[in-house]
Structure formats: C-alpha cells, structure tokens
Design a protein around this ligand. Structure first.
Ligand code: ADP
Length: 357
C-alpha cells in the first residue's frame, strides 16, 4: 500500500516484520485501534499538543486546524486521524495521494464533504501536482476552481466548500513542497515506540483479543517489534496461534521466543531478509565496504528490496552504515550474529583499514 513498486510491495507483504498493513492486518486493526486520545499509547508530546488543538477548536465551536502527521508506516497516523474525527464528533473520509490522479478526483471529494468533516489523505506526498495546487486553495480559502471546457474557451468556476479539517499523513515530510507544509496549522512527527510503550500496546491488544499473556511474554514480543505497534500486534497474533497449538494458550517469554523462532524473527526483530543481508556483508565481504548492487546479487534480491526494505531498519539499529564507498557492517553487527570481526576491525571505526583505506 505504501510502496512505490510491486517488488517492494511483494517483499513487504510476505514479511512478518513489514510495517505496511497486509490484508489480515486491515481486517483486525479496526478492532484494535484506540478510539480516543486517552487510549492512544505513547507519543506524549503529539498527544498533548493535539489535545490542546482539539479542545480549543471545540471551545470555539470551530472546525479544527489542518493537521500533518509524519512518520514511518504502522506508527498510528490513520488511528490518530480517526481519533481527531471522534473527538470533534465529525464524520471522516479516508483516501490517499496515489488514489487522486487528477485534480477532478480531488474536486469531487472536496465538493461532497460535509461541514466539519475530517478528510484523511494518506501518502499526501504522492498526490499529482495539479491536485496539490487545488488543495492549496481548498485548505486556505475553502474554495476550489472547477475548470469547465478545454483550451482558450475553458473557464474556472469557483466553488465554495464547507469548512473541513484535512489530516495529511506522510512517511516523508521532507518531500512535501513548502507551500503545502505551510498550510497545516499543526504538524506532528511520530517517533518509533520504546519497549515499555510497545508492551502496553501488546497488553491492550491481548486484552481485546482475549489472549492470556504475562509481562515477560509481552516484553519478549515488544523487543522484536521494531518500534512499531502494527508489527507488535501482528507478532502477538502469530504467538497466540503458537501458544494455543503448542501450549496451554498463555503467552510467556519462552512461548513467545519459541514461536518467533519458528517465524524466523530474531531477538532484535530482524527477519530472514535482514539477516541474509547482514550475513552476506560479514561472511562474504568481511564486513564491507561493498557496493549495494554486489550485496543484492549476493543475497539474491533486487537492489531496491535490499535498499528500501532491509537497510532502513539495519541502519536504524546501528548494524549497518551507508558510506560513500559502500555498505559497511558495524561492530554491533558482528556481535549480533555471534561472529568475530577480522583483527584489523577491532578499533570500532568500521572496515576502513581492512581494505587499505
Ligand atoms: P499508520 O497509519 O501510521 O500506518 P495505523 O494508525 O494504521 O498506522 O496503526 C497500525 C495499528 O497499530 C493500528 O491498528 C493500531 O491498533 C495500532 N496502533 C498504532 N498506534 C497505536 C498506539 N499509540 N496505541 C495503541 N495502538 C496503536
């Protein structure tokens, strides 16, 4: 859903630790979504600020300011947009940038909004240029110009819109043109979740799914969830299956670890693809530096899959570094795979000296 090409979409869909929603996620997520700000776990700053924005709008009897949410997939952007609508007691319409190919598509949506409605626009950075320009005017003046006819005879007919709240979501705030960014009254960046917050997400979901789990079990799943509630919920469901089939249903640390070993999600949340990339880098290339294309061939994956699906998490975890000379494993990578780095690597400054640089 959030991926630019099918290779990545396929690679992501097969992954238990992929952050993009798959079909099963979509079916269960509705039941697991927090319904109000009080239920929304973590992201304290965002919650506090949003609470003020919404309370103030309610006190004025006005529509809330437009809100921009940025952050990785699975961190709760869609959930927050629904909470905004619920807190404002307003209906919500959900669409996404790639679904709006023409300005006309956007005009049709905007002109059918009710007063106060929340319009959630996911992947707003992927909207077409003409639609984006139409959105500027709609956000600022609650007005659009509908173009009728073609060529020199074309005329713009202004159309008044009811006041509405746009909630834009993007994985990459940096890709938004400044004029669009500037039209949001409130911008929030969602961070990855810490282990304690993920444990709370897991306990909450386990309660809703009527699954027994003890604190050690929740901690074990949290540690493998890559800072992402969507992944935490998905791992919880797989561990629940295992606990029901192989044990008495209660999720403990041992059960969670054994279940996730079956699914090849390791103690830090790396899956087979991530480990394959790291192993190739360490075992075949002595820790690098090695070029992306060579690394991709070595693991039998597309370049894009390695770069966009595996690497971001490895970089975030401090296991791999992207340098001008190629990919380099960090000392933590050797430690994580239980391998001993070549002697010249002991200094901790990457593989520079290995290759005589
Ligand atoms: P995004 O739109 O950023 O991809 P979603 O809002 O769809 O992410 O969230 C994915 C799932 O993770 C939701 O089903 C929700 O249950 C869960 N989730 C996300 N953030 C939180 C949170 N702060 N507290 C509890 N659950 C959360």
């Amino acid at each position: 859903m959030n991926w630019d090409d099918t290779t990545d979409a396929e690679a992501a869909a097969e992954r238990l630790v992929g952050a993009v929603a798959d079909g099963e996620d979509q079916a269960v997520e509705a039941a697991l979504r927090p319904k109000d700000l009080g239920e929304f776990i973590g992201q304290e700053k965002v919650r506090e600020q949003l609470d003020l924005v919404l309370r103030a709008a309610r006190a004025r009897g006005a529509t809330a300011d437009h809100v921009l949410l940025s952050g990785a997939p699975g961190l709760g952007k869609t959930t927050l947009s629904m909470i905004i609508a619920a807190e404002m007691e307003a209906p919500i319409r959900i669409t996404s940038g790639p679904a709006i190919q023409h300005a006309g598509d956007l005009a049709a949506i905007l002109s059918s909004l009710q007063e106060g409605e929340v319009l959630f626009l996911d992947e707003i950075h992927r909207m077409s240029r003409p639609a984006e320009e139409m959105l500027y005017m709609a956000m600022e003046d609650f007005r659009v110009d509908v173009i009728v006819g073609k060529g020199p005879g074309a005329t713009a007919i202004p159309l008044e819109l009811p006041p509405f709240t746009l909630v834009g979501a993007t994985t990459r705030a940096g890709l938004l043109p400044p004029p669009l960014r500037d039209r949001f009254g409130f911008t929030a960046h969602m961070e990855f979740y810490g282990p304690a917050e993920l444990e709370r997400v897991i306990h909450r979901s386990a309660g809703l799914l009527d699954v027994g789990i003890d604190p050690t079990g929740a901690a074990e799943i949290a540690g493998r969830s890559r800072g992402t509630p969507r992944i935490a919920n998905r791992l919880l469901r797989r561990v629940r299956d295992y606990a029901q089939v192989k044990a008495d249903g209660l999720i403990t640390q041992e059960i969670a670890a054994a279940a996730l070993a079956v699914y090849e999600v390791d103690a830090r949340g790396l899956d087979r693809l991530d480990r394959g990339v790291l192993e190739a880098l360490l075992k075949l290339f002595g820790g690098g530096p090695v070029g992306l294309s060579t690394l991709a061939v070595a693991v039998g994956e597309e370049r894009e899959t390695v770069e966009e699906v595996a690497e971001p998490f490895l970089v975030r975890e401090g296991l791999l570094a992207r340098t001008p000379r190629g990919r380099v494993a960090t000392p933590a990578a050797w430690a994580h795979l239980g391998l001993t780095p070549p002697r010249s690597q002991g200094s901790g400054n990457g593989q520079q000296d290995l290759f005589g640089a």
